[in-house]
Design a protein around this ligand. Structure first.
Ligand code: FAD
Ligand code: DHB
Length: 391
C-alpha cells in the first residue's frame, strides 16, 4: 500500500492535517487506535483562539462553529472576594475567543474527511513506524478486521498525543525534553444547566482554583482544583457543587446547579520535546508538547502546528526541504510562549499544597496588577487570544 503522508492519530491535529493536505492536493491515510464514537465523545478542551477560528473558516470547516460557537470578548478574574472583567476586544483591538467544544471539532473533521473520501481507519492496533531516516518511511498497523498492513509513505506525521508511539520512535539521545508536573489536578464536570455567567470566570480561592466555562446556552462546564492523587469516587455531586458554591461565591451572584453528566480528573504538566522532527517523521500537537489547561492552549497549539506542517510537507513533496527543516523551530517559538503563559496562569491561580503566606501575597499582588494596569491586562489578553496571532 502507498500514501503520500501517513498520519497517526485522529485527534484534532491528525484530522485537521489530513484536511489541509487534501486542500493542497496531497493524499494521506489517518490511522487511529480508538473507535470513531470514542474519539467523538472524549471531553476535553473547549476554547478556540481568534486565529484558530479564522484558520477553520479559511479551511471551510466553520459552518457549525459559526452557527453554534459562543464568541467571548473577555474573561473574569476572581480573587479575594472580588470579580474583575478583562475586556479583550478593547485591549487587543477587537480580538475575541470562541467556545466550541473539541468533541464538536472532531465530529466536524471526521464528517468532512469521510465526505471528501479521505482514508480514515479506526480501531487499528500495533501501529509502528520504520525507515524514518530514509525518504520512504513505512507505517504499519493491524486493521480493525485483523489484517496487518504496511504503507509506504513520503512522510509520517505523529499526531498520536502524549502517550502515542511516535515520539518514542525517535532514537534516544536525539530528543531534548523539558518536563514539569504540578502538585494539583483538575476535576472537570459537564452539567445540564445554563451557564451562570456571560464570560468565563477564572477564580483563585484559598481552597484552590475554580473555573466556570460553558459548552452551549444550556450546558455548563466547570473545573475544580483537586489533589493529583484524588479519586473521582470521592466526589459525589453534592460535594462537587458545594465546593463550587464556596469557591465561586460572590454577593449578589448565584451559581445554578444541574445534573452532572460527565466528570473526569486530569493531571497537569508542562512538557516540551525538541526537535519536533526526525528524518521523515514530524511530531505535532500533544505528541510533542503538553501544557497545563489553565489558559486553554493545548488544542490551539495542536492546530497551529499542523498549519505549519501542511505547508512544510507540501514543499517537501515538491522537492524543497527548507520549510521542513525549519518546521520544528517555527512551531517551538509559539509552543514556548504558550508554555510560559499556561505556567504563569496556572501558578498565579492555583494553591500549591506547600504554598506559604509569601506565595499567596505574591499571587494576589500579580492578580491586582493584571486587573488594574492596562499594560498588564493587555499582556494577558494578547496571550490568551493567541500570540503570535495565527491569522
Ligand atoms: P489527541 O487529541 O490526544 O489525539 C491523539 C490521537 O491519537 C487520539 O485519538 C489517540 O487515541 C490516538 N492514538 C494514540 N496512540 C495511537 C497509536 N499508537 N496508534 C493510533 N492512534 C493513536 N486543552 C485545553 O486547551 N483545555 C482543556 O480543558 C483541556 N482538557 C484536557 C483534558 C484531558 C483529559 C486531556 C488528555 C487533554 C486536555 N486538553 C485540554 C488538551 C487538548 O485536549 C489537547 O491538547 C488536544 O487534544 C491535542 O490534540 P492532538 O490531536 O495533538 O492529540
Ligand atoms: C475551557 C478549558 C480551559 O482550560 C480554559 O482555560 C478555558 C475553557 C473549556 O473547557 O471550556
Amino acid at each position: 500500500m502507498r500514501t503520500q503522508v501517513g498520519i497517526i492519530g485522529a485527534g484534532p491535529a491528525g484530522l485537521l492535517l489530513s484536511h489541509l493536505l487534501t486542500l493542497r492536493g496531497i493524499d494521506s491515510l489517518v490511522v487511529e487506535d480508538r473507535s470513531r464514537s470514542y474519539c467523538e465523545a472524549r471531553q476535553r478542551a473547549g476554547l478556540l483562539e481568534d486565529g484558530t477560528v479564522k484558520l477553520l473558516r479559511e479551511a471551510d470547516l466553520a459552518q457549525r462553529l459559526d452557527a453554534e460557537g459562543l464568541e467571548h470578548g473577555g474573561i473574569y478574574l476572581q480573587f479575594a472576594g472580588e470579580r474583575h472583567h478583562l475586556d479583550f476586544r478593547d485591549l487587543t483591538g477587537g480580538r475575541t475567543v470562541t467556545i466550541y467544544a473539541q468533541t464538536e471539532i472532531v465530529k466536524d473533521l471526521i464528517a468532512r474527511r469521510l465526505a471528501d473520501g479521505g482514508a480514515l481507519e479506526f480501531e487499528v492496533a500495533d501501529t509502528a513506524v520504520a525507515g524514518l531516516d530514509t525518504d520512504r518511511p513505512v507505517l504499519s498497523y493491524t486493521a480493525a478486521g485483523g489484517e496487518r498492513r504496511e504503507v509506504a509513505c513520503d512522510a509520517i506525521a505523529g499526531c498520536d498525543g502524549f502517550h502515542g508511539i511516535s515520539r518514542p520512535a525517535i532514537p534516544a539521545g536525539l530528543l531534548r525534553v523539558w518536563d514539569r508536573a504540578y502538585p494539583y489536578a483538575w476535576l472537570g464536570i459537564t452539567a445540564e444547566v445554563p451557564p451562570s455567567t456571560d464570560e468565563l470566570i477564572y477564580d483563585r480561592h484559598p481552597e484552590g482554583f475554580a473555573l466556570h466555562t460553558m459548552r452551549t446556552p444550556q450546558v455548563s462546564r466547570l473545573y475544580l482544583q483537586v489533589r493529583p492523587d484524588e479519586r473521582i469516587e470521592e466526589w459525589p455531586d453534592d460535594r462537587i457543587w458545594a465546593a463550587f458554591q464556596r469557591r465561586l461565591a460572590l454577593p449578589g451572584w448565584e451559581l445554578k446547579e444541574g445534573p452532572i453528566f460527565d466528570r473526569a480528573i486530569t493531571p497537569m504538566r508542562s512538557f516540551v520535546s525538541s526537535p519536533m522532527r526526525y528524518g521523515r517523521l514530524f511530531l505535532a500537537g500533544d505528541a510533542a508538547h503538553i501544557v497545563p489547561p489553565t489558559g486553554a492552549k493545548g488544542l490551539n497549539l495542536a492546530m497551529a502546528d499542523v498549519t505549519v506542517l501542511a505547508d512544510a510537507l507540501e514543499a517537501l513533496l515538491r522537492g524543497d526541504s527548507r520549510p521542513a527543516d525549519g518546521y520544528s523551530d517555527a512551531c517551538l517559538g509559539r509552543v514556548w510562549r504558550a508554555t510560559h503563559f499556561s505556567w504563569w496562569m496556572t501558578t498565579m491561580l492555583h494553591v500549591a499544597p506547600d504554598a506559604d503566606p509569601m506565595t499567596e501575597e505574591l499571587q494576589l499582588s500579580q492578580l491586582r496588577y493584571v486587573t488594574s494596569s492596562r499594560a498588564a491586562a493587555t499582556s494577558l489578553a494578547e496571550n490568551y487570544t493567541g500570540y503570535p496571532p495565527l491569522r
